[in-house]
Design a protein around this ligand. Structure first.
Ligand code: ES4
Ligand code: ZN
Length: 327
């Protein structure tokens, strides 16, 4: 079967990767040692054994604990550089990385330390791996809109080092409307805008992300299949959905990969594509996601593989001239 080789070798873009979610247990322990920190887990194996999630919140608790070893600019660089090497091996030629500044500023880390470290890794990825990369600052939706405004203000000295903003963390109970004003300000600043919606939250959150936040892409969005009118809207407007198959199975959005709705999204003409979300926690990077998805959903074949790659470039925030080269 030549499909696995096609999945691995086809050039693709990754548009939904939380860079803190690429922190492998080995690097968590190495950074803890380097920074003189003690972890709540005795070993790499004990930490990895704790990666058994029942829902989004059970994951987020351990994800924020893992990120607590990041203190210095070099730590952020090392984390992102490790990710770019994995991405390049999977023929990711363009990546748009989410980062969560509030996870670090709440621990006293300066936002400039975070952004400069990540930006330096992005520059080295282009220079040494030929991977183009940009940064998307995410607001934590379980915190207040005022905290998001404070984060945006602190990030403005680095405005040229990130291309957009997103909205992540605990979805249910924190609808898009909560962040209407801060997203309006971000749009006025010329930032791209995206939001997680319809991962655990209802289709109404996807409508609100589009109507109230005026986002250009929906992160996850898999619960749109419950709302036929929403499906038509997403297809007609080519609103991209950055789907993360292994994430959805690990967080029990679907019981098994065979239950995943990616085939339904593609059949309905939506601009969906495959992403890794938090690869260190969910069982792998881009190629692992493609292999698991096509293995669990045998109705997907070479035609869909090509469509997913084309969709990833169409949905990316790169200039049209560059898209034309990749597509
Ligand atoms: C996340 Cl899978 C997921 N959903 C929402 N927020 C997140 N942050 C990191 N991974
Ligand atoms: Zn995500």
């Amino acid at each position: 079967d030549r499909l696995p080789a096609l999945l691995q070798r086809m050039p693709k873009a990754e548009l939904h990767i939380h860079i803190e979610g690429s922190l492998e247990p080995e690097l968590i322990f190495a950074l803890a040692q380097r920074n003189g920190l003690t972890l709540a887990y005795p070993s790499v194996e004990a930490l990895r054994a704790a990666y058994a999630f029942t829902d989004l919140q059970s994951f987020l608790d351990i994800y924020y604990a893992g990120a607590s070893v990041l203190l210095h600019e070099q730590d952020f660089f090392d984390m992102a550089w490790a990710y770019f090497q994995k991405a390049a091996a999977d023929h990711v030629v363009h990546a748009e990385l989410f980062f969560d500044p509030q996870t670090h500023t709440e621990r006293g880390v300066d936002i400039g330390v975070v952004i400069r470290g990540l930006h330096r890794a992005c520059q080295q990825a282009q220079a040494e791996l030929g991977v183009s990369a940009s940064l998307i600052l995410c607001f934590l939706r379980h915190l207040s809109e005022e905290a998001a405004f404070d984060t945006l203000e602190a990030a403005l000295p680095y405005r040229e080092l990130f291309i957009g903003v997103g909205l992540d963390s605990s979805e249910v109970g924190h609808p898009p409307e909560k962040f209407a004003r801060v997203f309006a300000k971000c749009r006025a600043l010329g930032l791209h805008v995206v939001a997680h919606a319809g991962e655990e939250g209802p289709p109404a959150y996807i409508h609100a992300a589009l109507d109230v936040l005026q986002v250009e892409r929906i992160d996850h969005g898999v619960r749109s299949v419950e709302d036929p009118a929403l499906m038509q809207r997403l297809a007609a407007n080519r609103v991209p959905l950055t789907v993360c198959p292994l994430s959805n199975v690990k967080l029990c959005v679907y019981r098994t990969m065979a239950d995943h709705q990616l085939p339904a999204l593609l059949s309905a003409g939506l601009c969906a594509m495959v992403n890794s979300d938090d690869p260190a926690y969910f069982g792998g990077y881009m190629n692992d996601n493609f292999l698991a998805t096509f293995d669990g959903l045998p109705q997907l074949g070479a035609r869909e593989a090509w469509q997913l790659a084309a969709n990833s470039f169409e949905a990316s925030f790169v200039p049209a001239a560059q898209k034309a080269v990749w597509q």
